[in-house]
Design a protein around this ligand. Structure first.
Ligand SMILES: C[S@@+](CC[C@H](N)C(=O)[O-])C[C@H]1O[C@@H](n2cnc3c(N)ncnc32)[C@H](O)[C@@H]1O
Length: 299
């Protein structure tokens, strides 16, 4: 098994073990979860809804919905025709159960968001991609998100800001927790999410892997896949302390051009060359955005 495949199986096993308890934590915090969505409720952040505007009648793919599928239910309640994927079979089992209780007609698939294997080409008007920290190969993911979209379709990426992900607030100060330029997979014990921490913690610790991507890597992956950048936003969802002075989330809206490009792509999803596009776009020419450590004094 390759290291990448092993990483994927480690992540799947950790999340498979967590999802049933994760759903219980959701219900503890939010007892009217089912009624909320059955009555047409939503939970999406304002900037996310604003970024896509009216989604009524549009086909939308949520690439990692989790067991609660609360974002998928929200898009469906805003009128989109939603398909939702997750790597974990247990997430999809619970999400289907939730959909039955809510009376929602979302179609669910077990799929790795990076390959979207059961999803046919040219299917969706919108791809909604969150939690990029679980995806090891962002160029491959972008290539497949592009593949499943209709020409003219849009992709919304909404993720924890990679700068802020390197910082932690401790005693009112910011502490640098990781090197922004260190792209080694982060192997650590998985002990649930902050939601579990708010409810007494999760009683397991399982091996897991997370991935850090620089903003430049994410932008370059989107551009190399053939997308045009429509919009970018940085937002804070931290209400107090030093982290509230920095963006907690980044938002990117991309469009798949009406006419396709010829992009040389290696099988690992990395683009072989800079972008050569003939389609009319929203940004003039951007072929690569780079982040790098600058050695020397820099004076
Ligand atoms: C924090 S949860 C997302 C929760 C939900 N989307 C939300 O924002 O409330 C992360 C999810 O990603 C899923 N996941 C991890 N790696 C994945 C992959 N390669 N493809 C698809 N889903 C993945 C996990 O099973 C888990 O359900």
């Amino acid at each position: 098994m390759t290291q990448k495949k092993q990483n994927l199986e480690t992540i799947r096993a950790a999340w498979d073990a967590y999802h049933a308890d994760y759903m219980q934590f959701h219900l503890k915090e939010w007892p009217d979860f089912y009624d909320h969505f059955a009555n047409g409720g939503t939970i999406l952040d304002d900037e996310v809804v604003r970024a896509l505007g009216d989604v009524k009648g549009l086909t939308l793919l949520d690439v990692c919905c989790a067991c609660d599928a609360k974002q998928a239910f929200s898009w469906a309640n805003l009128g989109a025709r939603v398909t939702a994927c997750d790597l974990s079979p247990e997430a999809i089992r619970i999400a289907r159960d939730n959909a039955a209780r809510i009376g929602s007609e979302i179609e669910f698939h077990i799929a790795d968001a990076q390959t979207l294997e059961p999803i046919p080409d040219v299917t969706f008007d919108i791809v909604f991609a969150t939690y990029l920290c679980w995806f090891e190969n962002i160029p491959l993911a972008c290539k497949n998100w592009y593949r499943v979209m209709r020409p003219g379709g849009r992709m919304l990426m909404y993720f924890h800001h990679p700068f802020t992900a390197c910082l932690e607030a401790r005693d009112g100060s910011l502490v640098l927790e990781r090197d922004y330029f260190d792209l080694e997979p982060d192997c650590r014990n998985f002990s649930g999410t902050p939601l579990a921490d708010r409810h007494g913690g999760w009683n397991k610790r399982l091996p897991c892997v997370e991935f850090h991507h620089t903003l430049a890597d994410i932008m370059t992956a989107g551009l190399s896949a053939g997308f045009r950048l429509l919009d970018m936003g940085e937002h804070s969802h931290v209400s107090d302390g030093p982290l509230s002075k920095l963006p907690s989330h980044a938002l990117l809206v991309w469009r798949k051009p009406e006419r396709s490009h010829n992009l040389a792509m290696h099988s690992d999803g990395n683009s072989a060359a800079s972008i050569h596009s003939t389609a009319s776009g929203y940004l003039p020419w951007v072929s690569k955005i780079a982040a790098g450590r600058r050695n020397g004094s820099g004076a």
